[in-house]
Design a protein. Structure first.
Length: 474
């Protein structure tokens, strides 16, 4: 069992100085005082103020830092700690060895934009009208996540956190959708789905590397730049509580390693995937360079004595299209397990016991979990769909059974306990994921009652989440 007293505000008796000082000021207005007494009160007031500031500083130090690192298109089998023998990821493996490794963690979607919307808002992406991808071309380039949406950055910023995002946004191209309007104090990165790792042009030939509201020219390999700015952010904010969101581009295409040449420019034709011929070796390098970056972030925490004060999560936004999904059925864009069951590790030195968990966890659970570990009150106007994972993380408790729904491009999936209902345009299938995580044995014919139960769960979800919402992406 862990003691959570360190997460609670100090009791009033611990910091009574504002009340004392207020009474002293009242005394001065009611009773004439000698110069010596006045001088004494002045000294006492200054001393009280110093103690008060010290007390506030001490309370700030008690707030844990939060770092969320998210890979892009990283599959369930793409890390050595998840069984890969081809790709070596010693730094993420270290988080896994000393933290909690999830075997049943899922992205909220099997594609990028919707998962990011759900992660940031703690709610189903459909509530914000972002069921599909915001594309670099076409009508969706004009849309984005409404600035009125409340993100975890908004809430933690209001609670006194300095907030930063270094990497991929993909929630709107226009400046009004920029991360600085969604609770983030600082943003280095890009707003599209992917960019050339060296020239920083997106797939429409538009330059896409930003610092806050302005594009900037900055040389470097995108994965290294994301890490550089993350490390700089940690160093600059080492003396105050911070939230750092690190959504990497890797290993999303284009296939480009550190020493490959830039190829996307506005005055030439180029392919989506890039000119690299040995894509498997390049993919491996892209993951391993990202892993190096994770190692640099963790080393920075250790060098600054922040490791025991920082909650770290590593995860992926959806399954792989070109990597390994660990023999799971399906891949990115599908609602088979390979599309949304992804690697995830939670690490907090001295707070989270090493081990693994087969409890169901989802991207949107991270928002309420952050609120819990930072002792931050949820705004009264905000309802969350995710659940707090703290009982699992810190006490090893079983999470309550719940129903989770995925929907994307004619596919629907409903998960409740060990059961998963998979609905395609041609089939309705039922799987027992405890016995068959590879979804090879359809149990629908033998369990019509369970099928109808999960269909009813979907109908209820649709009435609650989707009714009245205009989807801006599909």
């Amino acid at each position: 069992m862990h003691n959570f007293n360190y997460l609670k505000p100090l009791p009033t008796a611990f910091c009574p100085l504002p009340t004392i000082y207020k009474r002293m000021r009242n005394m001065k207005t009611k009773t004439p005082l000698t110069k010596s007494v006045s001088r004494l009160l002045g000294i006492t007031g200054m001393f009280s103020l110093a103690l008060l500031l010290g007390c506030v500083s001490e309370k700030e130090k008690q707030k844990p830092n939060v770092i969320i690192i998210m890979a892009d298109d990283l599959g369930y089998g793409d890390l050595s700690c998840y069984g890969s023998e081809y790709i070596q990821t010693p730094n993420i493996d270290s988080l896994s060895e000393h933290g909690l490794t999830f075997t049943d963690y899922h992205s909220n979607s099997s594609v990028s934009t919707p998962t990011r919307a759900a992660l940031l808002t703690g709610r189903y992406q459909q509530r914000s009208g972002l069921e599909g991808v915001i594309y670099v071309r076409g009508e969706t380039r004009q849309t984005g996540m409404a600035p009125s949406e409340i993100t975890f950055a908004d809430v933690l910023k209001d609670a006194g956190y300095t907030t930063g995002i270094m990497g991929k946004w993909h929630l709107g191209y226009k400046k009004k959708f920029n991360p600085v309007h969604q609770g983030f104090d600082e943003f280095y990165g890009y707003v599209s789905g992917n960019i050339d790792y060296h020239s920083h042009y997106d797939n429409a030939g538009i330059y896409d590397w930003w610092h806050n509201l302005d594009t900037i020219r900055e040389e470097g390999y995108v994965t290294d730049l994301i890490t550089d700015h993350s490390v700089e952010f940690i160093r600059e904010n080492k003396d105050r509580p911070f939230l750092l969101y690190i959504p990497h581009e890797a290993p999303h295409v284009p296939f480009q390693g550190r020493n490959d040449t830039a190829y996307r420019y506005p005055d030439r034709d180029f392919s989506y995937l890039g000119p690299v011929e040995d894509t498997a070796a390049t993919y491996r390098e892209m993951v391993e360079v990202m892993d190096e970056g994770v190692g640099r972030v963790m080393k920075t925490l250790r060098d600054l004595d922040l490791e025991e004060e920082t909650f770290v999560v590593f995860c992926s936004d959806n399954g792989a299209r070109f990597g390994s999904n660990g023999n799971l059925r399906g891949d990115k864009g599908t609602l088979w397990e390979g599309g949304h069951r992804v690697p995830a590790v939670a690490y907090w030195k001295g707070k989270i016991e090493p081990g693994s968990s087969d409890e169901l966890a989802v991207s949107f659970d991270l928002f309420p979990t952050m609120l819990s570990i930072t002792n931050t009150k949820r705004p009264d106007t905000l309802s969350l769909d995710g659940i707090d994972l703290s009982p699992l993380l810190f006490q090893g408790e079983t999470l309550p059974e719940r129903t989770v729904v995925w929907r994307y491009r004619g596919q629907k999936a409903v998960r409740k306990g060990k059961w998963k209902l998979m609905i395609t345009e041609s089939d309705t299938l039922l799987f027992d994921l405890e016995a068959d995580r590879y979804e090879s044995n359809d149990l629908a014919p033998e369990n019509p009652g369970k099928v109808e139960e999960l269909l009813d769960e979907y109908r209820q979800w649709k009435a609650d989440v989707v009714k009245g919402v205009t989807m801006r992406t599909d």
